[in-house]
Design a protein around this ligand. Sequence first.
Ligand SMILES: [Zn+2]
Length: 225
Amino acid sequence: MPSISPKKPYRVGRSQTGLGLFATKRIKKGTRIIRYFGPLLDSKKKKDDDIENKYLFELNNRWTIDGSVRDNIARYINHGCKPNAESDVKPRKRKVFIRAIKNIEPGEEINYDYGTDYFKAYLKPIGCKCDACEKKRRKKRAEARAERLRLKAKAERKARRKAEKLAREKEKALEKEKRKLVRAKAKKLKAGDLNGKARRKAAPETLVAPPQTPALPLLSDQIAA
Ligand SMILES: [Zn+2]
C-alpha cells in the first residue's frame, strides 16, 4: 500500500468492496481532498486507445487519465450513489480533483459518483455495494421479511378461524344429534307410558277369570273316537 503523509486527512482502509479511502480528520464541505492523476491518454493515438482498466477517467472526447498508477491514492476512492464528495474536472488543465460536497467526519469513507457509464458497465452487473445501495437492500430485505411474516400470520389466522368454525359446526352437529336422541328417548318414554296405561287398563280384565264354559269334546277327538 502506498504511504500517505500523516498530514493528509485520509488513509486507505478496508471497505465493503475491498479497499477504500477514509477520512482521518474532519473534512469540511467544499474542501479539495485529493487529486486524481496519472498519465494522460490521447484517443487520437491508436496505441493509447488499447489501454483498458477500471481506473480510466475520461476528461473529454480526447483526453483520459489512466489512474491505475500506484501513487494515485485517489484511485482507492470507491463509488457512492449518495456520495460525500465529487470529481471536479478541469478539462482544459487536464486535471481532476476530488472535493467534499458534505462535511466528512473522521472514520467516514470518502466516495464520489463514478457516473452513469461506469455504473452501467461495472457496478450494475454485480450490484452496487455502496452504503446507500446496501442500506436500500437491507431495507428491502426487512420489508420482504415483514411481508412474509404478515402473510404467515394472516394464513395462520385464517387456518385458526377455519378450525374454529369446523369445531363449532361439529359441536352444533353433536348438539343436534343429542337433541334428536333426547327427543327419541322422550318419544319412546311417552310411548312406553301409553303402553303402561293400556296395560293398567287391561289388567283388571286379564285378572278376571274367563267365564267357565263346560268343556266340550273337540271335534277332532270325536272323529278319533
Ligand atoms: Zn450504490
